[in-house]
Design a protein around this ligand. Structure first.
Ligand code: ST9
Ligand code: ZN
Ligand code: ZN
Length: 333
């Protein structure tokens, strides 16, 4: 999403338009309630995957080798970091720039996470930010927890999503040959990265059983989906609003530990172009920021955009709900 203004150093400045933009956007399609059309094949698909994931959890707890447990955790983190630092902060928001080896790494991990091609994910996400909590938001939280969490993936998209979704410019995404290639061959790359690769490695390198390797990976996939989905559901419904009390996205402690630093959702929707997607890296929960900083140190990430402290402070005083740890009326952290 384009910032409102950008000084010569790349540091972003706030304008007054920021304050009211979200309020205006919320009103645009507030009253338009489109009927939901359920896609039963997707419902079946998710039911089967969840049964497989529960069996995978059982195998993980009872019979998986220690190396398989470590492997599953590593694959989870690989996928998640490429969702948060890659498709979210890099491609959806352009909050920093990345050289091609890092973009390739992100594309591989994002394919392993199987959340659809980068161009589709980022298009939905740009519409989500522009039309949050309206029927043009693909996972409109006003429709309730289940819809915003996973129900939206089992229904046809609304007319408003398809219409308003044309507004955000996504030509920058199609300009990247890595992303064009991923989109073109997604149905080949995705099964290889998400299902075959994580299953074959434990079989080949430490003789894990096929059954355990396969189902434990299904558990990894479903767990990572729920972790991501919580940002759309819980973080849009429950929590404090230290930066902007006029919008739904909130700072939600419950989601913090599994989402690698994407829980600062009130901050993120207030300043979507900040590469940190949060003000602080509190309790080490902003692992994604740590990762991007490390990439910047070795020269693979550059032009990191961030919001200066005084701009954040002014916003907290102007539109915060008083719960800010330092500048609010409360003293929570
Ligand atoms: C998954 C995605 O899980 C999860 C995304 C979560 C996002 C989270 C964000 C949170 C931010 C924080 C970062 C993450 C933190 C994570 C931390 C973890 C540690 N604009 O889709 P179709 C048009 S995926 C404009 O088929 P239907 C367009 O013309 C899970 N136009 O619509 C399109 O054609 P094309 C795995 C749009 O038929 C056409 O409509 N994947 C837009 O209504 C048809 O599109 C699945 O399960 C738009 N936004 O079907 C697949 N959208 O594409 C699930 C569409 O050619 N999906 N158009 O341009 C589906 O089966 C279908 O999409 C459907 C809708 C049934 C849901
Ligand atoms: Zn959001
Ligand atoms: Zn975002």
């Amino acid at each position: 999403m384009a910032p409102n203004s950008n000084d010569a150093t790349g540091v972003l400045q706030e304008t007054d338009d920021d304050v009211s933009s979200n309020q205006v956007l919320q009103q645009i399609t507030k009253s338009e309630k489109s009927k939901l059309i359920i896609v039963w094949s997707n419902v079946m698909y998710f039911v089967i995957l969840h049964v497989g994931a529960l069996y995978g959890l059982w195998l993980l707890l009872t019979s998986a080798q220690i190396w398989t447990c470590l492997w599953v955790f590593a694959m989870y983190e690989f996928g998640e970091i490429c969702i948060t630092a890659g498709v979210h902060r890099l491609w959806s928001h352009r909050s920093y720039k990345a050289k091609w080896p890092l973009r390739l790494f992100h594309t591989m991990g994002q394919t392993l996470a199987f959340q659809d091609a980068v161009v589709d994910w980022a298009r939905d996400h740009r519409v989500h930010h522009k039309y949050s909590e309206t029927d043009a938001d693909p996972h409109n939280a006003k429709r309730g927890f289940f819809f915003s969490h996973m129900g939206w993936l089992m229904c046809r998209k609304s007319k408003q999503v398809k219409e308003k979704g044309k507004e955000p410019d996504i030509s920058d995404l199609y300009a990247d040959p890595i992303l064009r290639y991923q989109k073109k061959y997604y149905m080949l790359f995705m099964p290889l990265m998400c299902f075959a690769f994580p299953t074959v490695v434990p079989l080949y390198f430490w003789n894990e059983s096929l059954k355990t390797a396969f189902f434990v990976n299904i558990f990894r996939y479903i767990f990572s989906l729920h972790a991501t989905w919580l940002v759309n559901s819980a973080a849009h419904l429950y929590g404090e609003k230290p930066y902007n009390k006029h919008i739904n996205p909130a700072e939600n402690l419950a989601v913090s530990l599994i989402v690698n630093g994407e829980r600062w959702h009130n901050y993120h929707h207030t300043f979507p172009w900040d590469y940190k997607a949060g003000e602080f890296g509190r309790y080490g929960t902003n692992l994604t920021t740590v990762f991007i900083n490390a990439m910047a140190k070795i020269g693979l990430a550059y032009d990191l955009k961030f919001v200066p402290e005084d701009v954040v402070k002014r916003r907290v005083h102007k539109t915060g709900d008083g719960s800010h740890a330092v500048w609010g009326w409360g003293d929570k952290d």
